[in-house]
Design a protein around this ligand. Structure first.
Ligand code: NAI
Ligand code: MG
Length: 497
């Protein structure tokens, strides 16, 4: 039998045991077809190891395990006990922060400092939802004296969850948190570019005491394992984060199979608007963070920067200096802000967008080229003189590339801000409180940041207007994605009509 563990090293942890199997029923196993695929380190372009690959058959095995757990042991567990397992998991994540962050950096390429921040947020998110587990309440409704009505909240059942590679552990936490708190079981498919950290976390799921089959984690590809999960007749709900194209495919698969419930967190092309009454220094820092954080690989990245005309030249000059000062390089160096893009494919896509910006006649203010000669590194890039019809102003680039344009009036800023099929996030910078509220109200986006950017928090709902998705993650609101509502009407006797 092939091994389901391999010894790996990271520059900061030394040797550790990396699970490589599919995590089903609290055990690491090989796939039915015994397939494996290679995992790449984006910093060196070298193979880290191989992991076992889930095919359609393994999805069946994992779904059956999740169904059995849902109908059996997980139903017997009280909400308070559920909370207990989740609190324990949060504690174990914190205890293992160093190794989880190091594996995240190794596989995804994000800087170790950011990866540690992610792991801290994972623990906080799981702990927050643990707190909800025993606070899911229904209600009673008075309708008639001879009747008793109550409304009850119940778990949906077996949930398929498909996550992307930009925040491998954090996206897992956002999805398992509300699903487990409400009493569901899960088959989670990680992204093929970054399967490693979730498998390390899987060991902690077992250690925390969750019954087998409650949380299954499988590595595999979208077109096979992902598609099988979204079309599965025994999956009651599918939650997805990723591209708009795949979001549409998942909705179709859900519709064509058993009409499973669907929530989608998709792309964005978020505007970041700087008014002339803003604190310019502060605005530049937040604009820089808004686009270059996580190498631009954020669904909510502030990629369209609109600056009021009278401060435009000054802003562009100062922003160029700020962007050029971002430390790009080895993710394991604690001062690094920007590591490599996640894969050759993403690198090529982003370079393709940079090429199209150049060909369309936009001005490269800084960057626009590869950084270094090894790894998928791209220089922080700023395009100016970008018009609304250019591809780089319209399409999600998902890399360290932003487009700047001018506006003159508040009305025009709102119009430009909303000039997109997306509606995930938006931001504005101003010192005028009336303007802050007026413009926030007018922007069609699920999150609006004023005088800041990327200030997400597990207590605040996050998700998209328009083509950016369906439903909200995080906060109390996300619990509803994982609950059915049952109305019970009891007749108390007496004459019939
Ligand atoms: P993707 O949408 O193909 O991948 C995301 C997840 O969906 C992965 O786990 C993948 O295996 C799975 N998947 C792919 N095809 C599937 C299918 N037919 N059925 C079910 N699951 C499927 O995204 P990809 O190709 O990695 O990135 C492409 C673009 O998507 C990026 O350039 C970016 O614009 C956007 N994206 C957005 C993200 C977000 O946070 N909203 C995250 C990742 C990518
Ligand atoms: Mg990788």
């Amino acid at each position: 039998m092939a091994s389901v563990f391999t010894e790996l090293k990271t520059p900061v942890t030394g040797a550790y045991q990396q699970p490589t199997g599919l995590f089903i029923n609290n055990e690491f196993v090989e796939g039915v077809d015994k397939k494996t695929f290679e995992v790449i380190n984006p910093t060196t372009e070298e193979v880290i190891c191989s992991v076992h690959e889930a095919t359609e058959k393994d999805v069946d095995v994992a779904v059956a395990a999740a169904r059995k757990a849902f109908e059996g042991p997980w139903k017997q567990v009280t909400p308070g006990q559920r909370a207990g397992y989740m609190f324990k998991l949060a504690e174990l994540v914190e205890k293992n922060l160093e190794v989880l962050a190091a594996v995240e950096s190794l596989d995804n390429g994000k800087s170790i400092t950011l990866a540690k921040g992610d792991v801290g947020a994972v623990a906080a998110c799981i702990r927050y939802y643990a707190g909800w587990a025993d606070k899911i309440e229904g209600s009673t409704v008075d309708i008639a004296p001879d009747m008793f009505h109550y409304i009850k909240k119940e778990p949906i059942g077996v949930c398929g969850q498909i996550i992307p590679w930009n925040f491998p552990l954090l996206m897992l936490a956002w999805k398992i948190g509300p699903a487990l708190a409400t009493g569901n079981t899960i088959v989670m498919k990680t992204a093929e570019q970054t399967p490693l950290s979730a498998l390390v976390l899987a060991q902690l799921v077992k250690e925390a005491g969750f019954p087998p089959g409650v949380l299954n984690i499988i590595s595999g590809f979208g077109k096979t394992a992902g598609a099988a999960l979204s079309a599965h007749m025994d999956v009651d709900k599918i939650a997805f984060t990723g591209s708009t194209v795949v979001g549409r495919a998942i909705m179709k698969a859900a519709a064509a199979s058993n009409l499973k419930k669907v929530t989608l967190e998709l792309g964005g092309k978020s505007p970041n608007i700087v008014f002339n009454d803003a604190d310019i220094e502060q605005a530049i820092s937040w604009v820089n963070f808004g686009i270059y954080y996580n190498h631009g690989q954020c669904c909510c990245a502030g990629t369209r920067i609109y600056v009021q005309e009278d401060i435009y030249d000054k802003f562009v000059e100062a922003f160029k200096k700020r962007a050029t000062a971002n430390k790009v390089g080895d993710p394991f160096h604690h001062e690094t802000f920007q590591g490599p893009q996640v894969s050759q494919l993403q690198y090529d896509r982003i370079m393709g967008y940079i090429q199209s910006g150049k060909e369309d006649g936009a001005t490269v203010e800084v960057g626009g080229e590869r950084h270094g000669d090894k790894g998928y590194f791209i220089q922080p890039t700023i395009f100016s003189n970008v018009t609304s019809d250019m591809k780089i102003m319209k399409e999600e680039i998902f890399g360290p590339v932003c487009a700047i344009a001018k506006f003159s009036t508040e009305e025009e800023a709102i119009k430009l801000g909303n000039e997109t099929m997306y509606g995930l996030a938006a931001a504005l910078h101003t010192n005028d409180v009336n303007r802050a509220i007026r413009v926030s109200n007018a922007l069609r986006a699920g999150t609006v940041w004023v005088n800041c950017y990327n200030m997400l928090h597990h207590q605040l709902p996050f998700g998209g207007y328009k083509a950016s998705g369906i439903g909200r993650e995080l906060g109390r609101e996300a619990l509803n994605n994982y609950l059915e509502t049952k109305s019970v009407a009891i007749r108390l006797g007496g004459a019939l009509f």
